[in-house]
Write a protein that binds this ligand. Structure first.
Ligand SMILES: Cc1cc2nc3c(=O)[nH]c(=O)nc-3n(C[C@H](O)[C@H](O)[C@H](O)COP(=O)(O)OP(=O)(O)OC[C@H]3O[C@@H](n4cnc5c(N)ncnc54)[C@H](O)[C@@H]3O)c2cc1C
Length: 284
């Protein structure tokens, strides 16, 4: 059986307290020897300047490879190229190519890169770059249909990406159905499930409705019954581990964890996954 491969996603810390927690979280999760860590780009209210600043420190201090998320929406090729060069000057060779949010006001510039595939093509001009893209098992909210979303996913992967990391989801079948459709569409690149440990069910439910992910009723009920910090923690670890183990039974060996800059849940889930073989899960 192929070896388990984990990666961890972080966002740029803002306050001093967040900075301290970030470095502490990173220190803890690095000991689990992830394949790489990734840093979001201008997401969750941060700016690209904040991403650039933290990436500069990260590349020097991290003991594992670093992937920089990079978004292109509203930018021209002439604006993106120096940014890519800046990241490369820091030592970054791994990129997660994204569109990002569309600016409220159109720039009026015809040459702006309007889809992630345009950024993939730009990055792929240098074959040494390792390029990933985003994928949506429950369909990107702006897509006209699941079929068109899949078509565009194949298009951006074929522009030069090695893998697609998915939006989070909570049912294994959601990912497995998506993977089947991707294979039927001719997608051969790796699809890596994005896994979100549930730190706060209400926040997750609010956020999910904005990005088109479904939180199943049984999870809302399960967390509703968990009235203490301890029982919520156990429910979160159990949900995540069960999801990943079910996917491992179906041949999935790479997982990307959305850490939200907190180590406790991601570390507990990772340790459980590393400690249990699929044979013992099947037998259980
Ligand atoms: C793993 C992961 C990490 C993320 N990290 C960040 C981050 O760091 N910063 C951030 O700002 N956001 C991040 N996002 C969010 C992402 O930027 C948004 O979901 C955004 O709305 C879409 O980005 P995309 O790269 O998937 O876009 P695209 O691939 O461009 O797709 C966007 C929509 O356009 C459609 N489409 C694609 N190509 C075409 C085409 N050529 N013609 C017509 N339609 C097309 C697609 O079907 C889809 O509906 C992340 C998402 C994921 C899953």
């Amino acid at each position: 059986m192929s070896q388990l491969s984990l990666s961890y996603e972080f966002f740029p810390p803002r306050s001093e307290a967040q900075q301290r927690r970030f470095w502490c979280t990173l220190g803890c999760l690095q000991t689990l020897n992830p394949a790489y860590i990734s840093m979001t780009w201008g997401a969750l209210g941060s700016t690209s300047a904040a991403s650039l600043e933290i990436l500069e420190h990260l590349v020097k201090d991290a003991t594992v490879p670093v992937t920089a998320h990079l978004s292109c929406s509203g930018q021209t090729e002439a604006q993106m190229k120096p940014m890519i060069e800046k990241l490369e000057a820091l030592g970054i060779t791994r990129f997660l190519a994204l569109r990002g949010d569309v600016p409220a006001e159109a720039s009026g510039h015809d040459a702006t890169l309007s889809h992630a595939s345009h950024l993939v093509s730009l990055l792929a001009q240098d074959p040494r770059r390792d390029i990933s893209v985003a994928a949506y098992p429950e369909v990107h909210p702006e897509s006209a249909s699941a079929e068109s979303d899949m078509k565009w996913l194949k298009h951006k992967l074929d522009a030069g990406a090695k893998r697609a990391i998915t939006q989070f989801f909570f049912e294994a079948d959601t990912f497995l159905r998506f993977r089947d459709k991707a294979v039927a569409t001719g997608i051969t690149q790796t699809l890596v499930p994005g896994i979100l440990p549930i730190h706060d069910i209400q926040k997750v439910a609010d956020f999910s409705s904005r990005c088109g992910a479904t939180v199943p009723d049984h999870l809302i009920e399960r967390f509703g019954r968990a009235t203490t910090e301890e029982s919520r923690y156990s429910a979160a670890v159990e949900q995540c581990v069960n999801l990943c183990q079910r996917l491992r039974q179906e041949g999935v060996n790479e997982f990307h964890l959305y850490t939200l800059n907190q180590s406790t849940l991601s570390s507990a889930v990772s340790t459980e996954l590393m400690g249990k073989s699929v044979e013992s899960i099947v037998a259980a």
